[in-house]
Design a protein around this ligand. Structure first.
Ligand SMILES: Nc1ncnc2c1ncn2[C@@H]1O[C@H](COP(=O)(O)OP(=O)(O)O)[C@@H](O)[C@H]1O
Ligand SMILES: [Mg+2]
Length: 325
């Protein structure tokens, strides 16, 4: 059978066989405001179900990049696809949730009314139960009927997150989601990001704060003065990890076992093992079990943390460079 119908079906099959489009794809983004260049040649991809962090100091161009991705600011150059479509495509629009950096909701509306309004503006149909669920997700379950005018900044930010999530988007773009939150609130957002990831939702998160939330990111892109200064997975950017142990009764066999795990240094009963950057979850428990099996007394096991903050300062000091990958 030939003819237009067969060709149409063949084309549909070919499209279906292609790998699913990335959540975000952008290439060569440029933006100038009058004489100030804000973004200069930024390209990156966010895969489906991936949490990507766009990090960098104030004024690095993070918000400008996000606004270009969403079609809220016109790029001077560059291309963007969201969920495989142009950003202005209604299909993409309806499946992207967005928390803007600066926002104020109508203070006379209740939290539930704010959600209802946004859902209506987005042209989506969201049942009341889903609205309640999205408020519960951000810890505002019992505030649905309260006026937003009486909300603290942190509560308004939580509500903003609920607005970004309420229509069950495939991609969520969050501009500084934790700037108004206390450490507890940040931990909540981290858990929220993990639950989104578990549901296969892609997240692009933009932040000048380094902390727990950033540790949820599968990959980060570090912006500095409008350019990509570095990008990669956290292990790639942070390099080696180390494990600090306090041990008693270490014989030759235990020593050999420790050395097999990584380069070993010792100071009295304190042993430090340099572990590879990409670490299997089983490595540490297996090591501890083997040491115990070899008669070692294990007093303490502590993963060494190279902080992302230190690493970031490093990268920013050396400037956009060979770090780029
Ligand atoms: N609407 C605007 N008009 C003029 N300059 C702007 C505008 N928006 C951003 N900028 C400038 O562009 C640069 C990047 O800003 P922005 O994207 O907001 O950075 P970030 O979100 O990383 O803090 C800054 O120098 C900022 O002053
Ligand atoms: Mg910003």
């Amino acid at each position: 059978m030939t003819g237009p119908e067969a060709r149409r079906r063949a084309a549909a099959r070919m499209l279906a066989d292609l790998p699913p489009s990335a959540a975000v794809w952008c290439s060569g983004l440029h933006k100038r405001y009058k004489r100030r260049t804000a973004v200069e040649g930024v390209s990156f991809t966010v895969e489906r179900g991936e949490v990507m962090g766009l990090l960098g100091p104030n004024g690095a161009g993070k918000t400008s990049v996000i606004k270009m991705l969403l079609g809220l600011v016109r790029a001077d150059a560059g291309e963007v696809l969201l969920l495989g479509r142009p950003a202005r495509d209604p299909y993409a629009r309806a499946r992207v949730g967005y928390l803007p950096e600066l926002f104020r909701y109508q203070p006379w509306l209740t939290a539930d009314e704010v959600l209802t309004l946004h859902v209506r503006l987005a042209g989506a149909a969201v049942p009341a139960a889903d609205r309640r669920e999205s408020l519960a997700l951000v810890g505002l379950a019992d505030r649905a009927g309260d006026r937003v005018g009486g909300f603290s900044k942190g509560m308004q930010q939580r509500l903003g997150l609920a607005v970004a999530l309420v229509a069950r988007p495939e991609l969520v773009v969050l501009d500084e989601p934790t700037s108004a939150l206390d450490p507890l609130g940040r931990a909540d957002v981290r858990d929220l990001l993990l639950s989104l990831k578990a549901r296969g939702v892609a997240v692009l998160l933009n932040s000048h704060l380094i902390g727990e939330v950033e540790r949820v990111c599968d990959r980060v892109v570090i912006l500095d003065k409008g350019r990509v200064a570095a990008s990669g997975t956290l292990p790639e950017l942070l390099g080696q990890r180390e494990l600090r142990l306090r041990l008693g009764g270490v014989g030759p066999a235990a020593r050999a076992r420790l050395t097999a795990a990584g380069e070993l240094t010792r100071d009295g009963d304190a042993y430090t093992v340099a572990l590879p950057a990409e670490l299997d979850d089983a490595v540490v428990p297996d090591l501890v079990a083997d040491l115990v099996g070899l008669g070692v007394r294990v007093h303490a096991v502590e993963p060494g943390r190279i902080s992302l903050e230190e690493r970031l300062l490093d990268i920013l000091r050396t400037g956009p460079s060979q770090e780029h990958r």
